[in-house]
Structures are given as structure tokens and as C-alpha cells.
Design a protein around this ligand. Structure first.
Ligand SMILES: [Zn+2]
Ligand SMILES: [Zn+2]
Length: 173
């Protein structure tokens, strides 16, 4: 286990205690918290699995947050912990209500989506929009809402002249 993972475990304990204090109870079935160095567009994720009727949650936090302070990392951990609460696997009404409560009481800024922090940008292919040719699959990436992102129908693939589709990525899961 890396020192970052040891830190993540400590912060998750903290975060759970903070939630319990305000009557929010993350699942008891959280198997652990791990670092994730592969995901480039996601700061955290919460995976739910069911094996032989037993539910298990696994939380992963991006190594892009390594340089951030405890509170900033905890904000992401809170986001994921709330996904383990009953009926909260999606960013639906229940999840949103809990996130609002935590934000209100503790002054966090837990959001459904987030920008990748500046310091994490170095060496990482950053984008918010993926522009893909329907015909040849040629793919481009944009961070900003440019003209082609807004109106892809007005543009064509530079390689084959095919029509383009734009997808917006979420940095969270
Ligand atoms: Zn094309
Ligand atoms: Zn989420």
C-alpha cells in the first residue's frame, strides 16, 4: 500500500465520522479505498458489485489529487461515500439532497461534476468534449465550448468529410 493510499484511508475514516455526526450513514459494505492512476478524466469513482448476494463497494480516488490538501481530497471522498448510501448510486434526488446537506453544514463544495484541478493537468490529456467522426472514427478533443462543439453539424471530419458527433465527458463517476 502506498503512502497516498494510507492517507486516503485516514481521510475516508474522517469523512465517515463527519457524515455520521450529521446522521448520514454510508454503507457498511465499503471494501476499501484505493488510488487510481489510470483514469485521466475522473477524480473518483465508486463501484458497487454484488457477488453471491453480497453487496460490496469499492472507492477509487485519482492520483491526480495527490498534491491537494486533505480537505480537497475529502470533498471527493465525500462525493463517493454518498454513493454508497441507500438509493444514491446515481446523482439523483437522494444523492443531491445528501450532498447539499454536507455542503451546508461543513462548507464543502461537493458537486456532481468537477473540473480536473489545474495542478493535475501536466502531462495529462485534458478535455471536456470529444468530437468524433461518425464515418471514420477520427477523434479530436476540446476543453472549451468552441463553435464545433456547439454546432458540429456545421463542420465535417478533416480526414474523410464525415459528420461529427460531440460527447461531453464527466470527470466524476
Ligand atoms: Zn472521418
Ligand atoms: Zn458521483
Amino acid at each position: 500500500m502506498s503512502t497516498y493510499e494510507i492517507r486516503l484511508q485516514r481521510l475516508m475514516k474522517d469523512a465517515i465520522a463527519e457524515l455520521n455526526k450529521i446522521d448520514i450513514y454510508p454503507s457498511e459494505a465499503i471494501a476499501g479505498i484505493k488510488e487510481n492512476s489510470r483514469a485521466k478524466r475522473r477524480l473518483g469513482c465508486c463501484k458497487k458489485s454484488v457477488y453471491r448476494g453480497k453487496v460490496k463497494y469499492e472507492i477509487e480516488i485519482s492520483t491526480m489529487l495527490k498534491e491537494k490538501n486533505d480537505r480537497q481530497i475529502k470533498e471527493i471522498i465525500h462525493h463517493e461515500l454518498l454513493h454508497t448510501c441507500k438509493g444514491c448510486l446515481n446523482h439523483g434526488q437522494k444523492w443531491k439532497a445528501l450532498a447539499a446537506k454536507v455542503n451546508d453544514i461543513y462548507g464543502y463544495c461537493i458537486k456532481t461534476t468537477a473540473d480536473i484541478p489545474d495542478s493535475a493537468e501536466k502531462g495529462v490529456k485534458q478535455y471536456r468534449y470529444e468530437i468524433r467522426c461518425n464515418q471514420c472514427g477520427n477523434t479530436g478533443y476540446r476543453m472549451k465550448k468552441s463553435k464545433v462543439v456547439m454546432q458540429p453539424e456545421n463542420y465535417r471530419c478533416s480526414k474523410c468529410g464525415g459528420q461529427l458527433t460531440v460527447k461531453e465527458k464527466s470527470f466524476w463517476n
